[in-house]
Structures are given as structure tokens and as C-alpha cells.
Design a protein around this ligand. Sequence first.
Ligand code: ZN
Length: 102
Amino acid sequence: MTSRKDTILKAAKRTAKQAHAAASKRGSKSRSRVGVEPHRHCSVCWKPISLESEPSICGDENCQEMFERREKSRKRFSFLMYFGIAIFVGLLALQIFMGASG
Ligand SMILES: [Zn+2]
């Protein structure tokens, strides 16, 4: 008795094969890896790099340059921030001092 079930199973298998073929035809973008080892990413291009790389860039010249530029602007920004806080605190202290003295 070759049942209807058998035909359905065969058909299902065939469609699965077709789907698989279509998927692999579309270009195998690196999604096949499932188990991901511990790693970090280049802070510029997000390429996976080894955990030990310091600074966290991939070694590409462009990335290096970008990283340095970013670091510089970050330093400048933090300097400005501290400067602003200092001014704010100074003004606050001045206000308190003025208020206390009348
Ligand atoms: Zn990079």
C-alpha cells in the first residue's frame, strides 16, 4: 500500500530540496556558523577581531586613522565637558557664596 502519506512525504522532501537549492543559490553569506567564539569587533568597521587586539580595531589603515581621529575628538569632548562642569560648579559656588554673604 503506497499511501497518500508517502506521496506527500516525497513532495515535501522535494520542496525542501528546492528551497535549500534556492537558498544556497542566493549566495552563502556567512551565516552558517552557529557557535560563535568569544571575540570583539573593530570599533570602526565592526569586523570580528581577536580578543587580545588593543586598541579594538582590525588593523586596517582606514580604521586606525578613524580610531585616532575619534579618540582625539573624544578627548576634546571630555575636556570640554569637565571644563563646563567646572564652570557650572564655580558659578554655583559663587551664587551660594553671594547668597550667604547677603
Ligand atoms: Zn576595521
